[in-house]
Every structure is written in structure tokens, then in C-alpha cells.
Design a binder for this molecule. Structure first.
Ligand SMILES: NC(=O)c1ccc[n+]([C@@H]2O[C@H](COP(=O)([O-])OP(=O)(O)OC[C@H]3O[C@@H](n4cnc5c(N)ncnc54)[C@H](OP(=O)(O)O)[C@@H]3O)[C@@H](O)[C@H]2O)c1
Length: 402
């Protein structure tokens, strides 16, 4: 895509930006160097986001409240949860990330999973001790004041008849997805009416929840209240959001969380982007380009050069850092892609809103052999030429050279 000098400039930009992107306080670094480099005026709202203690932030003209970790130092968290036992039910992707962060933050957290299942073994490997802070699900719920339901969404539905009677008055029920209570006609998860029901939904995988926390950074999460019987539900959600390792939290509803989450992961975050990669790669291959060229022009340059620029400083910065030839074509074609894809995104939103996506997910993920079936699908993806070519390309990165 970009000319050689432009590509070199891009690589330099990435190098310059990399440390800045690694830190939570990236805006100041960006404003002094990279922003100046593209002669783009700093945006007032962006500055405002970095001021500690300011809770109402102007997001491009819409004011929203945000909650920051800085307002919940460790001592305050420990004091707030001093009488609580947090039972983490499920130890998959989120259970692992949130659980280890809670433990490192010094909170009284225990894990509840099926005895001798995969998660039980993984929890033991992570230092959870049977009988001390690792129990089967029922025992963990019995010992807890806050029940953090981090089973897979299908398992939340399956186990609900067993879990519901144990959610007695005084306990708090926590989710990381609005899925179960919002789609209760399908999931059958009808929460008891006399307990607080809250949500903290990290905007990333549980592995990232953990790795960002270990780097001293934090994942962004949303919080929501489904039911507030104590008058403290929102405060509890914010405190738990910080305790599980969030950097900043924004407020939503259970319904908006689940709609946007199902929509996003099927769209730009995962499904849509994979579809775009495949379509572009296949056309290049069908028109005589080598796998090396097709992969570099489709995935490698995107993930290694251009997407980090968008992540660090925005789309305008990425355009500005590219050649004028690339910029002209990309701006023109973005309109055509948007027009073509918007109906697909509307279909997708409808499919989320009318419960079709939930139904499909529950039916598929409740099958006893769902893991084997996924493994087969992932193997088929791994075997696609594009991703096999990707392995070869990655092996040639200097940092991967043996
Ligand atoms: N993963 C993400 O990126 C992400 C991001 C934000 C929010 N969330 C939400 O966080 C929650 C947890 O998701 P996750 O991805 O962490 O789940 P996951 O990795 O799929 O974890 C599954 C857990 O559920 C347990 N489980 C499955 N079937 C069970 C059954 N029938 N009975 C008892 N336990 C069962 C598993 O235990 P065994 O090992 O014993 O099978 C494991 O501990 C979900 O609500 C999800 O939507 C996930």
C-alpha cells in the first residue's frame, strides 16, 4: 500500500508511539510528539479525559459519567469489602483474570467450580487451595456475600435451577454480561427480587484483564445495575469494577451492554474483521498474488503498522501518517464499504435484539460436545491458507527469528 518512505515513516511512528500506548497516561505523550507530527489540533475532550477526579466527560459532544481507579485506592477497596467474601463461580477466561486480580488486590475471594473439571485443575495451578479458597460451586456460594457468576453464558442458564435457591437475601449477584437476565425468556435466569444484581463487563478477554493489571494498566469496563434493593448497588459495582482490575468504568444498562457486546463481537471486533480479511485475501490470491504478498497486504500491515496507529491516536492520525496515494483511495473507498456494510450491521443488530443470537448461542454451547466442535472449527480456521501463510510471515519477524 504505502510507498517505501511512507512505510518507513509509519514504522517509525509505531516505534515512537509504542511506549506511549503502553501507558495509561498516553495522551500527554501523544500530544507533545505524535500529534504535532501530523499537525492535527489537540481535541479539548481528549485532554479532559485525563484529568483525575473529573467524573463527567465530554465524549464528542455527549456528556457521560466515568469512574476511575484513582478514586478507589487499595486501602479504600479493602475497607469497603472488609466484611465480604467474594465467590467467583467459574474459572474460565474471566474467572481467571478477575479472580487473580481480586486476590492480588487483597480481597477475600474464593473460587467455586466443578470438582475435578478443567477449571478446578487450572485454579489449583494458579495457587487456589482446595478447602481454603477453592470449593465446589454450592459450597462457595454458601460461604459468600457476593456471588460472581462467571460461568459461561450457556452454563449460567443450565445451572440456574441449582444456583437460584442459594441466592438468599443479603447476597449480591454479579455478572460480567447482561446475557442471562436480559434474555430470561430464553435463559430462564429470573433473578430473586430481594437481592442486588449488578454487572461489571470488561471490554476485553479475561487474559487481557490479567495482563493489563500486571502491567499496572487496566482494562476499560462497563458497569450496570439490574436491581438495587440496598441503595448501594451502583457503588458496589464501581468498587468491584476497580477491584477486578479496570482502569476506567462507564455506565450502561444490562440490556445495552448485552446488545452492544453481542453486536460488537460479531461485527468489527471479531466476525466482521475476519470476514473482511478472508474476502480481501481470497481476491488477491485469485488474481495471482503470492500468499506472502496477500497476507502482508491484508493482515500483517494492518495489525503491525496501521491498527496500532488508530489505537494510539485515531483514524485521522493513521490517514495522515500514510502516503497521499493511500490516503486518497482509503478515504474514497471507506464510504463505499460503509454503505455496503451498514445494512449487514443492521441485520446483525436485529438478530441480537430479537434474541436469535442468544438462542443460537445457548443451543450450540449447551451441547455436551461443544468444546470438541469448536476445536474442530478452530482447526479448520487454522488450516486456511491465509492463517498458515500468517505463521510463516510471523516467523520471519526479526524478534521471532531464532
Ligand atoms: N471471555 C471474554 O472475553 C469475556 C469478556 C467479557 C465478559 N465475559 C462474560 O464473562 C462470563 C464468563 O465468560 P468466560 O468467557 O470467562 O467463560 P468460559 O471461559 O467459557 O468459562 C467457562 C466456565 O464455566 C464452567 N462451566 C461450563 N459449563 C458448566 C456446567 N455445566 N456446570 C458448571 N460449570 C460449567 C467451566 O468449568 P469447567 O472447566 O469445569 O467446564 C468454566 O469454569 C460470561 O458471562 C461472559 O459473557 C466474557
Amino acid at each position: 500500500m504505502a510507498s517505501r518512505p511512507a512505510a518507513r515513516a509509519l514504522r517509525q511512528s509505531v516505534r515512537q508511539l509504542a511506549p506511549a500506548v503502553q501507558r495509561r497516561t498516553f495522551i500527554s505523550a501523544v500530544n507533545t510528539t505524535a500529534r504535532a507530527a501530523v499537525a492535527s489540533a489537540p481535541k479539548a475532550a481528549v485532554f479532559q479525559q485525563q484529568v483525575r477526579g473529573v467524573k463527567t466527560i465530554d465524549f464528542a459532544g455527549t456528556k457521560e459519567d466515568v469512574y476511575e481507579r484513582a478514586d478507589w485506592p487499595k486501602e479504600k477497596l479493602l475497607e469497603y469489602f472488609k466484611n465480604d467474601t467474594l465467590a467467583l463461580i467459574g474459572y474460565g477466561s474471566q474467572g481467571h483474570g478477575q479472580g487473580l486480580n481480586l486476590r492480588d488486590n487483597g480481597l477475600n475471594v474464593i473460587v467455586g467450580v466443578r470438582k475435578n473439571g478443567t477449571s478446578w485443575k487450572e485454579a489449583e495451578q494458579d495457587g487456589w487451595v482446595p478447602g481454603k479458597n477453592l470449593f465446589d460451586i454450592d459450597e462457595a456460594i454458601g460461604k459468600s456475600t457476593i456471588v460472581m457468576n462467571l460461568l459461561s453464558d450457556a452454563a449460567q442458564s443450565e445451572t440456574w435451577p441449582q444456583i437460584k435457591p442459594q441466592l438468599t437475601k443479603g447476597k449480591t449477584l454479579y455478572f460480567s454480561h447482561g446475557f442471562s437476565p436480559v434474555f430470561k425468556e430464553l435463559t430462564k435466569v429470573d433473578v430473586p427480587t430481594d437481592i442486588d444484581v449488578i454487572l461489571v463487563a470488561p471490554k476485553g478477554s479475561g487474559r487481557t484483564v490479567r495482563s493489563l493489571f500486571r502491567e499496572g494498566r487496566g482494562i476499560n469496563s462497563s458497569i450496570a445495575v439490574f436491581q438495587d434493593v440496598t441503595g448501594k448497588a451502583k457503588e458496589k459495582a464501581i468498587a468491584l469494577g476497580v477491584a477486578v482490575g479496570s482502569g476506567y468504568l462507564y455506565e450502561t444498562t444490562f440490556q445495552k451492554e448485552v446488545y452492544s457486546d453481542l453486536y460488537g463481537e460479531r461485527g468489527c471486533l471479531m466476525g466482521g474483521i475476519h470476514g473482511m480479511f478472508l474476502a480481501q485475501y481470497e481476491v488477491l490470491r485469485e488474481r495471482g498474488h503470492s500468499p506472502s504478498e496477500a497476507f502482508n497486504e491484508t493482515v500483517e500491515e494492518a495489525t503491525q503498522s496501521l491498527y496500532p496507529l488508530i489505537g494510539g491516536n485515531g483514524m485521522d492520525y493513521m490517514y495522515a501518517a500514510c502516503s497521499t496515494t493511500a490516503r486518497r483511495g482509503a478515504i474514497d473507498w471507506s464510504k463505499r464499504f460503509k454503505e455496503t456494510l451498514k445494512p449487514v450491521f443492521n441485520d446483525l443488530y436485529d438478530s441480537v435484539e430479537n434474541g436469535s443470537e442468544t438462542k443460537r448461542s445457548l443451543e450450540y454451547n449447551s451441547q455436551p460436545d461443544y468444546r470438541e466442535k469448536y476445536n474442530q472449527e478452530l482447526k479448520e480456521i487454522d488450516d486456511l491458507e491465509i492463517w498458515r501463510a500468517g505463521k510463516a510471515v510471523r516467523s520471519l519477524r526479526p524478534e521471532n527469528a531464532k
